[in-house]
Design a protein around this ligand. Sequence first.
Ligand SMILES: *Cc1c(COP(=O)(O)O)cnc(C)c1O
Length: 396
Amino acid sequence: MLSRKALDIAPSPTLSIDAKAKRMKKEGKDIIGFGAGEPDFNTSAHIKEAAIKAINENFTRYTPASGIPELKEAIISKLFKDNGLKYGPEQIVISNGAKHSLDNVLAALLNEGDEVIIPAPYWVSYPELVKLNGGIPVIVETKQEYNYKLKGPELEKNLSPRTKALILNSPANPTGQVYTRNELEVIASLAVRNNFYIISDEVYEKLVYDGQEHISVASMGEDIQNLTIIVNGVSKTYAMTGWRIGYTASEPRLATVMASIQSHTASNPNSIAQKAAYAAISGPQDCVEEMRQTFEKRRNYMLNKIKDIPLINCIEPKGAFYLFLNIGQAFDKKFRNIPVENANKFTTLLLEHYLVALVPGDAFGAPEYVRVSYATSMENISTGLERLESFLKELV
Ligand SMILES: *Cc1c(COP(=O)(O)O)cnc(C)c1O
């Protein structure tokens, strides 16, 4: 008999439509994929060179479990420069990706039955990671009309004596919403007053648009900094998803516990990738701004097109690289006599008949939605949206 905890975990559903799209592509079908959860750019040359140099210099052995000192220093400088936050090296734990960091945080914080508040729509892995670490995900719905922001009263209503933490993700995957200073102040003061942690997933911090500013909730004051665990990494900012480097910044005791857990589960993050991440974080940042501008252009193009397409709508995302489309109006329609019914049916019909791959919203706790990634070329975006429009115009 397998572990009950493990059996309770849903396999990543974002991957199943992706697998189908890939299969169809292999069969020679001209699929437009809007499923990408990673930048469609290559890692910059100076970062790759740092890794090659590390290999040639035989930087290929175990490193300290929580990461090499020079990368910690680079992260500390970044947190000060970009987020106005002071940390010491004993507060930084470098891991094999932000996802791994989230797992470290939850393993260090949770006792069996502890509750973790997760605003929906959420990133697919949050509830599963909480469950794997013995916690209970408490899903709190947010509203499209409030740009999916978690409001104070809703948060307060869901607090209990077992509330251990809140997972906050700004800029957010899948909605693209970005919390403002005022909104964060409300949440921070509730956390301080009720003494729960905020796990702040900031992996999209550099991908913000319309002049919007990314603010870390940890920067709202000393009390909240002590209760916040910043989770970040190089995957999204530097187009380094395959390198697997993430990190946390937290109060020192928690960092020590996470480092100890990691020393047993993973030993250390990849030595070569740490050198590459050092080059990324401490080197020139123009590759980041170039990527951001490209994403912003694509976003603007898509928003402009989508407002004229029937049966769908979305908020104007201020960050990340997704549009989260409300497709609820299509559910009582039919496509060539087949009822559309739900997001899974919608995405399957669209893929099979119009060769466009979108991710159904169920996995994000939002069954009336689909996620459209704009981490793909302008040409694909343009063709894909034309096909989506033709599909929707066929619905009766
Ligand atoms: C991509 C992503 C991550 C994981 O990043 P890695 O560093 O590649 O593990 C974490 N959180 C969100 C919201 C993401 O979209």
